[in-house]
Design a protein around this ligand. Sequence first.
Ligand code: IMP
Ligand code: MG
Length: 192
Amino acid sequence: MEAIQTPSNVTEFTDPSLEVLFSAEQIRERIRELGRTITSDYQGKELVLVGVLKGSCIFMADLMREIDLPLTIDFMSVSSYKDGTVSTGDVEILKDLSNPIRGKHVLVIEDIVDTGLTLTRLLEILGSRGADSIRLASFLDKPEPRIKKELVIDYTGFVVPNRFVVGYGLDAAGRYRNLPFIAVLTSAETKT
Ligand code: IMP
Ligand code: MG
């Protein structure tokens, strides 16, 4: 089979504009720890993991295999209304949950919390549906641009600086989600 060629002949994994922040091995170890904590926190509870599409897909797939409890999964997809490049905090539900969450313990799984506007609105929406508890697990926390300072992230993978990161589910214009590590995309930063 012919290899997919990019114009400069670099592969997605060796793109020179990528600066690795967290390796696949570091990520694996951190997720194991998170899984152990979540397993002990949710003993005897009916846990539903709610993944926020699309960025959380890889984190969720890895994390759920480190949680040693009976659980179910569901997904939501939301789009933030942006005013130019600035998030306004309004979200439109593109795909809602498949099942009710009344009486369940919900753990929302997100890729990264930045301003916190999207998540705050999403948690408000879910908050009106009668769940026994709703908590948030975010793979990355980028605290510097946070507008919703009161947003609590119950489980965080890593804290990142205020730079544009990709990989492990996170994208730049749809690309780089398949990288097994987290990297700063330096070309995205020089463009803006
Ligand atoms: P906010 O917290 O409402 O600003 O939005 C967070 C969303 O913005 C995340 O779910 C990502 O989709 C996206 N995002 C924020 N920072 C980054 C980044 O550094 N890389 C990739 N996506 C990002
Ligand atoms: Mg997202």
